[in-house]
Unconditional design. Sequence first.
Length: 161
Amino acid sequence: MRTLRCQDSAEGAAQAGAGEPGAAYLIGYAYVVADIFHIGHLVHLKNCKTMCDVLIVGVLTDDATMEKKPRPIIPLEERMPIIFALECVDVTVVQETYSPKENVCAIKPDILFECACHENPYSNPYGKTMVMPYYPNQTSTKIKQKIIEEWNAKKPPVISK
């Protein structure tokens, strides 16, 4: 049974991830938007967990997401518990900026997991940075586009008078 809980802050996550005094845990930090959760998210986070003892996942706020992408459809308050419910995730924290720098500096993880889709991945000053594969065939943006296309294709024509 997991004893770590969803955290409100990166500082709280760092303390929760530290475990018992004197114990050596390999702490990893990954971050996601996870607007429409899909298999790419799951594979990414499961792969991250295989490389660390404690996986802390930052979930981007709407404002952080909009630095690079459209506003998420699912609110942060719903995305956080979805990510935390995954067995591979030990702690979730809010990430206030698209860059993980602020949370990395607060948590000081042994491993920062970056995505290969990021043009200039942040380099972890406290340990390793692992650039993880990107799954371009399955993205929240593509899922949203497909829903819109299929909806528009099935929509009855508008009849004008």
